[in-house]
Design a protein around this ligand. Structure first.
Ligand code: UDX
Length: 450
């Protein structure tokens, strides 16, 4: 828990950081976590939501997303009077030191970023407070802050300034990533505006990187695209590893032991999904295209990610063979562990592809079942992994939840009809599976079936 902003400084103590009044537009993953954490840091925060159901849930104390520590912070700061929830349509922004835009920037069909919600938010702010300091936290293409500032001024917000302050929050550890950031990035034209935004984060004592708005906007896309590229790269290496009998997890740790490379995001498997990587890599590729620039690294990152999913599907179909009544157990639906989010989930993609080929799928996930049933294919969903593997010809680990890794694999072997397991996240104890009589396959650890 970070020390709250001091209100009555002890003698000789540094002057307390001024508690700012902040309005956050958008109560999604980014807006809700950012708003709650800013309140935790001692600021007076109003988080707004346009969706009445979501607003009602928040006002009744229900937090509609699963993020470790978020419920406690929301309860604590609502009780302390530092956090409240208002209707986005009627919120008064006249007294806000900072108005933070954290609304969605979804992908259009062609991969370009949809900025309609951001534009609507900026128009609303300009009308409500012609001298507002607007902080865009949503991930937006380079140049957006400047365009939003021009839009605001055209709407009568003659004193509106727009600053870029991208977030680097990972789902499942968003509170930790907010409270212990590698760095805070502030993209501003005016030093005084930058200083106000920096005050938001003062209690964190984090390193603050100042730059122009377009440098902050591009840095966010470049960071996500590079992280996705690392994963696509190691997945490409995993295909080579399988062919030559190398264990990709050993290769990853050797490559990652180079201080210039580092071990993170070199985990080969089913590849990347979620609400950010797909949107951001496609979005940046469209930005390059619109600038008349070739961006083969970005398109290759996307293609390699799809190829890896197809490789996993091919391995499953090969293991299923020609059985007309084939059954596959799918362990995992969330796009990664520690989240209930299934957006662009490689696991849900597999469920669709298998279902479309007439293969009976029994899917399980500890958190994401409800979300998967809403958007996924009409397969059998169960909370019980053992029920999922009952009678299965092939079992696939699609999301590396610890409870799946720690399953009673000899019991799994007894319950399955077949004996094949595809470890699509290279996370399972291969020796235990083999000693249980299972045929272990993976994406880079097959080591030629040894
Ligand atoms: C990402 C960025 O990490 C975060 O900084 C940004 O703010 C939002 O996007 P998130 O989408 O929550 O966060 O997930 P992340 O933990 O980055 O994983 C993204 C995808 O990559 C997941 O599907 C995960 O399964 C996959 N992944 C991750 C791998 O396949 N291998 C790895 O080694 C790491």
């Amino acid at each position: 828990m970070v020390a709250e902003v001091a209100r009555t400084p002890a003698p000789g103590a540094p002057a307390p950081v001024r508690s700012l009044t902040v309005t956050v537009l958008g109560a999604g993953y980014v807006g809700l976590v950012s708003g709650a954490c800013l309140a935790e840091l001692g600021h007076h925060v109003t988080v707004t939501e346009i969706d009445e159901r979501r607003l009602g849930a928040l006002r009744s104390g229900m937090v509609p997303i699963r993020e470790r520590g978020l419920d406690d912070i929301v309860d604590r700061q609502v009780a302390a009077g530092l956090l409240r929830f208002e209707d986005a349509r009627t919120v008064d922004v006249t007294k806000s030191d900072v108005v933070m835009v954290a609304v969605g920037t979804p992908s259009q069909a062609d991969g370009r970023v949809e900025l309609g919600h951001v534009e609507a938010a900026v128009r609303q702010i300009a009308r409500g407070n012609p001298r507002a300091l607007v902080v865009i936290k949503s991930t937006v293409p380079p140049g957006t802050c400047d365009r939003m500032q021009a839009l605001a001024r055209a709407e009568g917000g003659t004193g509106v300034r727009v600053v870029s302050n991208p977030e680097f929050l990972r789902e499942g550890r968003a509170v930790q990533d907010f409270m212990q950031p590698d760095r805070v990035v502030i993209g501003a034209r005016d030093a005084a505006d930058a200083a106000i935004v920096e005050q938001l984060y003062a209690p964190l004592d984090a390193s603050v990187l100042h730059c122009s708005p377009e440098e902050a906007e591009l840095s966010k896309y470049a960071a996500n695209s590079l992280l996705a590229a690392r994963i696509s790269f190691i997945n490409e290496m995993s295909a080579i590893a399988d062919r030559i009998g190398a264990d990709i997890t050993r290769v990853s740790s050797i490559v990652g032991s180079d201080a210039r490379i580092g071990p993170a995001f070199l985990g080969a498997g089913l590849g990347w999904g979620g609400s950010c990587f797909p949107k951001d890599v496609h979005g940046l590729a469209r930005v390059a295209e619109d600038l008349g620039l070739a961006a083969p690294m970005l398109t290759a990152t996307i293609e390699a990610n799809l190829r890896q999913r197809q490789r996993a599907l091919g391995a499953i179909l090969e293991l299923v063979g020609a059985r007309p009544d084939a059954r596959v157990a799918l362990l995992g639906l969330a796009f990664k562990p520690e989240t209930d989010d299934v957006r662009e989930s490689p696991a849900v993609w597999l469920a669709h592809e298998l279902h479309e080929r007439g293969i009976a799928v029994r899917a399980t996930d500890p958190w994401a079942l409800a979300n998967a049933e809403r958007v996924g294919p009409r397969v059998t969903y169960t909370l019980d992994p053992m029920r999922a593997v009952d009678g299965a010809d092939v079992t696939v680990l699609a999301t590396e939840w610890p409870e799946f890794v720690a399953l009673d694999w000899p019991e799994v072997a007894r319950r399955m009809r077949g004996d094949a397991v595809l470890d699509a996240r290279n996370a399972l104890p291969s020796d235990l599976l083999r000693s249980s009589g299972l045929v272990y396959r993976s994406l880079g650890r097959d080591v030629l079936g040894r």
